[in-house]
Each structure stands twice: as structure tokens, then as C-alpha cells.
Design a protein around this ligand. Structure first.
Ligand SMILES: Nc1ncnc2c1ncn2[C@@H]1O[C@H](COP(=O)(O)OP(=O)(O)O)[C@@H](O)[C@H]1O
Ligand SMILES: [Mg+2]
Length: 547
């Protein structure tokens, strides 16, 4: 490897800089703190319960979703559980498509909730991911020229009229600057900013009426979900914030010495609220695991580095990429991961970050009390909930039980019981953890393809040991527990995974087989009794126990 670029200490950027980042010479960053605060405030205002509902928009939403649900009610509802759900999902997906960007975005988010939402819904909503027709080139030109105040040709020597990608908010074009550098240009769709703002007002008015009626949905914390959705989408509408997120994440990665991840450099001048010009990166698409292996990439190492730097960012710096999915990551032939799309960036304030640290560290040393306290601090349980009672009631300190040894009836009973108790404690997933959980679900899926045969318990142990060795002192100072003084104890992890206490090692493949076994048991049972459908079997990212 040659010389490190001059901005290597500032951020985990590529080794082939098209320009060098100088934090004191980024005019678009001026006053951005205020913009960020204002954006937050606006999201809060948009989701505040309004006294006078925006009737016209409500009517439009209802008149689109209403017939979809009505048609399902008339035609599909009695066809049996799966057909019925498929029917409703398909009709809702079409309605969301018609309602435009905000709903498409919401649908895309639901589609990444594998294991949380019904599989029929997830499958159907996946179609919203790449079914958005692009804007015409004329529209793109007009936005670029409007924001830069110059003709497109004065800035770019080449500009691909066909977008590389078109999503609900923006589309991305490859281009080359007059000075020769290869870049991509992310352009915001016209009108989208106004549309989104109107939609959010309607959504937050309607959501409590619709979702608020389903008791179990309370656990998913719908008001916080809407709030989070509003915050992230409003922030996504200003690309200057996204460009700053790139610098922040790149900075955190550089400070932890992580060189396994690469972030594109935003252009020092060509960033506006609606146009973001950045360094072009390339690599294997995240799904092309075969291609990576054929090129000699160690996919296990790639995933390990991704997980470690994700955790370092969240637990020690309170900043993490909040939208991990296959489209937002490339794997370079040199085995480094190109991280893209910083529109949604998770940020935890010091208090929440430390609670979160206590939660995760607690999971690796089986400190159940610490975990419950941390969850309370994060707002997952009512503050007045008695920690010891929660532990006893939910049997959080019980020995792990082998789920494959339980009958479907026992499992259903446990689940029902747990849900009831959680509801009684006012449990709900805290807003701050939602993005994190979504990312974990993605990483969970990545394990199945990148490292299906790696021993998960061994992997968790070595990551825990890395954090203890490298950050033990700092962690002890922050949360009063020194991980160096405790043995790694994965009892809680085993519990969460539904493994017996004696399990020494387990690969994802083996875990998957166990999940499948449990799922089949449910399917048999449900078919025999016409009973409840299989809930998601326990697995990584499952929420049976804090871990
Ligand atoms: N810096 C980049 N270099 C190369 N390709 C990029 C870059 N940024 C984005 N892309 C491509 O464009 C797609 C969409 O960009 P992204 O920032 O994810 O937009 P969106 O927020 O609409 O998802 C990405 O999935 C990737 O294929
Ligand atoms: Mg993206």
C-alpha cells in the first residue's frame, strides 16, 4: 500500500482521493448545527397531535387505503390465514405505491422487518424497494442547475442521463467533473420535500387511531415509530446533513483505527440541500458473495469488521449508520467495505449511549440486573417498574431452555404469557433502539451468507474480549462495570437463541436448522388445530430476553 492520503486521520476514506477533505474549507457546513436543530424541531412539530386535522389529505389517504382494505375484506379475508394476509399485503402495497414517496419509504422500512412483521407483508413490500420510476433527465438537470446556479455542463464533463438507482426521495447519477474526477450525484426528486411534510402530518394524525387499537402493537411503540420515521425522513430531505453524517461516521471509524470500512468523500463545494456530489466508490454488490469469494475476499473477516465497527460507533461514540441494507454496502476487491447512503444516521446522547453500553456489556457477562436497569434507563420499561420483580416475573435469570425440546403448545403459552407480562410493565421498544435493532436484523441475515459455518458463540466471545481488552478502562469509568474483571458468560445469549445451557458452539447453519424445526412444529400444530400461526422462532435479534 502506498502513502496514506492527507485526510486519513480525519476519516476512513479511500486511498485514492479525488480531493482532500479539509474540515475548515467546507462552505456548505456553515451554520449546519442550526439547520440540524431546526430539522429536529420540525419533525416534532409535524408529528404533534394536531387539533385541526388536515382533512383533505386524510380523505385522500383514506380513499386510497380504504378500498384496498375493503376489497380484502370482501374477497380475501376468508381464504385462510396466508391467502388472506397475502391479499391484504398486496392491496396495501399497491395503495402505498399510489400514495407516493412517504408511503413508499414507510413500506420499504416495513419490508426490512423480517421476523417482526408477517412474512407475507414483508415479501410484498419488498417490491416497493425498486419499483419507483425515475425522474426525467430534464427534471434532474433543472434541480442541479437550480441549486448550483450554473449550467450542468459547466460543472460536469460527463453526466449519465440514466440513473444508477432511483429511490423514493432521490436518485443517483454517475458523472465526471470538468476537472476529471469520477463522482456520483445524488439528486432529490422535485416536490418531494413538500409532499413528505404533508404526509407526515396526516400519518401522525391517523396512526394512533388505526394502530392504537391493536394491543400487541403497543410493544412496537407506534408513536415513537412515527416520530423516528418523521425525524429520519425530514433529515434525509437536506443533503447537507447527509454529507455531514458522512464526515462524522468516517471520523469515528478513523478514530477507532478501523480501516476495514471506507466512506466516500463528499465534495468540498458541490453540496446543497437537494444535490450531493461525492466520490464514486465501487465493489461487489453485497449479495454477490460468490463473486467476493472467487476474488479471494475473506467474507468472514469482512462481516466481523463490519459488526465490530458498527458496535464501536454505537456504543463508544453514539454514532452509527442507521440504514444498513444490501443496497448501501459494496465490498471492494481488497476486502474493505464501502459504506454508502448516510441519510439516516443513528445518534445516541451520552446518557442513552451509556445505558446502551451497559445493556450490551451486561449481555456478555450475564449481568441481568444491569441489563434491566439499562432498559429502564432507555425507556423500555416504566421507570417505576421494580427491577427485581421484572427479573423474577419474566424469569430473566432462569437457566436457558432448549426450545426444540418444547411442544408447540408450551411455546405458544410462553409467548402469550411473556407478551401479557411485557404489556403489563408498559414495555415498548425505545425509539433510540429501533434503528439499531433494524441494523442488527440486517447483520443477522448477512451472517447466513457471509459466515454460515462460523461458531457464533466463539465469535461473540472474541468480540467481547476485544472490547474488554481495548476499551475496558473507559467502559469501567462510564458504566461502573469493568468487563476485564468478568469472565465472558453467554448464558443470556443462549437463552435468547433458545439454546440449552450446555451448548458450547453453534453455527448459523445449525441455528437455522433449529429455527426451522420449531417453525415446522408450529405449522403442524396450527394446521391440526386451526390455531395461531407460528411466531418468529427465537434467534439472534429476537427480543425474548435482553442480551
Ligand atoms: N459514492 C457512491 N459510489 C458509487 N455508487 C453509489 C455511491 N453512492 C450511491 N451509490 C449507488 O446509488 C445507490 C443509491 O444511493 P443511496 O445513497 O443509497 O440513495 P437512497 O438514499 O436513495 O437509497 C446506491 O445503492 C449505490 O448503488
Ligand atoms: Mg440507499
Amino acid at each position: 500500500m502506498g502513502e496514506r492520503p492527507a485526510d486519513a486521520a480525519l476519516g476512513a476514506f479511500s486511498d485514492t482521493p479525488p480531493w482532500i477533505i479539509d474540515l475548515d474549507d467546507l462552505p456548505w457546513r456553515m451554520g449546519l448545527d442550526i439547520v440540524r436543530d431546526r430539522t429536529r424541531a420540525e419533525a416534532t412539530r409535524l408529528t404533534a397531535r394536531r387539533r385541526v386535522p388536515p382533512w383533505r389529505r386524510i380523505l385522500r389517504v383514506l380513499s386510497t387505503i380504504g378500498p384496498a382494505v375493503g376489497a380484502w375484506y370482501l374477497f380475501d379475508r376468508r381464504k385462510g390465514r396466508t391467502a388472506s394476509r397475502t391479499g391484504l399485503s398486496r392491496r396495501l402495497r399497491r395503495a402505498f405505491g399510489h400514495l407516493g414517496p412517504t408511503y413508499i419509504k414507510l413500506g420499504q422500512i416495513l419490508s426490512s422487518g423480517e421476523g417482526i412483521f408477517p412474512p407475507e407483508l414483508v415479501g410484498e413490500f419488498k417490491q416497493l424497494r425498486d419499483r419507483v420510476p425515475p425522474e426525467t433527465f430534464a427534471a434532474v438537470r433543472s434541480i442541479v442547475e437550480g441549486d448550483f446556479g450554473r449550467r450542468l455542463e459547466e460543472i460536469f464533463s460527463e453526466f449519465d442521463e440514466q440513473p444508477t438507482a432511483a429511490a423514493s426521495i432521490a436518485q443517483v447519477h454517475r458523472a465526471r467533473l470538468r476537472s476529471g474526477e469520477e463522482v456520483v450525484v445524488k439528486v432529490q426528486r422535485p416536490l418531494v420535500a413538500t409532499l413528505v411534510r404533508n404526509d407526515l402530518a396526516v400519518m401522525s394524525y391517523l396512526a394512533p387511531h388505526l394502530v392504537g387499537r391493536i394491543p400487541v402493537a403497543v410493544l412496537a411503540n407506534p408513536p415513537a415509530l412515527i416520530e423516528l420515521f418523521a425525524e429520519t425522513i425530514v433529515e434525509e430531505l437536506d443533503f447537507r446533513l447527509e454529507a455531514e453524517n458522512m464526515l462524522d461516521i468516517a471520523g469515528v471509524l478513523a478514530s477507532t483505527g478501523q480501516r476495514a470500512i471506507v466512506v466516500p468523500r463528499p465534495h468540498p463545494r458541490l453540496v446543497t440541500p437537494r444535490v450531493l456530489v461525492m466520490e464514486r466508490l465501487s465493489g461487489f454488490s453485497w449479495d454477490d458473495v460468490d463473486g467476493m469469494r472467487a476474488a479471494g475476499v475473506d467474507t468472514e473477516a469482512v462481516l466481523r469488521a463490519t459488526v465490530v465497527s458498527f458496535l464501536e460507533g454505537a456504543m463508544l461514540h453514539g454514532v452509527f449508520h442507521g440504514d444498513l441494507h444490501g443496497g448501501n454496502l459494496f465490498v471492494q476487491p481488497d476486502g474493505r467495505v464501502a459504506l454508502l447512503d448516510f441519510g439516516i444516521t443513528g445518534r445516541l446522547d451520552a446518557r442513552r449511549r451509556q445505558a446502551f453500553l451497559r445493556l450490551v456489556v451486561g449481555g456478555t457477562i450475564n449481568d441481568v440486573r444491569g441489563q434491566v436497569e439499562a432498559l429502564k434507563e432507555l425507556g423500555a420499561f416504566r421507570v417505576d417498574a421494580d427491577t427485581d420483580k421484572v427479573i423474577a416475573d419474566l424469569a430473566l435469570d432462569a437457566e436457558p431452555v432448549d426450545v426444540t425440546q418444547m411442544t408447540a403448545e408450551e411455546l405458544t403459552g410462553e409467548l402469550r404469557d411473556l407478551t401479557k407480562k411485557l404489556l403489563a410493565y408498559g414495555a415498548r421498544i425505545p425509539k433510540e433502539l429501533m434503528l439499531f435493532v433494524k441494523d442488527i436484523l440486517f447483520l443477522d441475515g448477512a451472517v447466513s451468507r457471509f459466515s454460515p459455518d462460523v461458531d457464533l458463540l466463539g465469535e461473540i466471545t472474541s468480540i467481547a474480549t476485544y472490547f474488554a481488552t481495548r476499551y475496558g478502562g473507559r467502559i469501567a469509568e462510564e458504566i461502573g462495570v469493568d468487563p476485564r474483571e468478568h469472565e465472558v458468560d453467554l448464558t443470556g445469549v443462549r437463552s435468547t437463541l433458545g439454546l440449552p445451557a450446555t451448548t458450547e458452539r453453534i453455527s448459523y447453519r445449525e441455528l437455522q436448522a433449529r429455527r426451522e424445526e420449531v417453525r415446522k412444529k408450529f405449522a403442524r400444530d396450527a394446521a391440526a388445530a386451526g390455531g395461531p400461526a407460528a411466531p418468529a422462532p427465537p434467534g439472534p435479534g429476537g427480543a425474548e430476553r435482553p442480551s
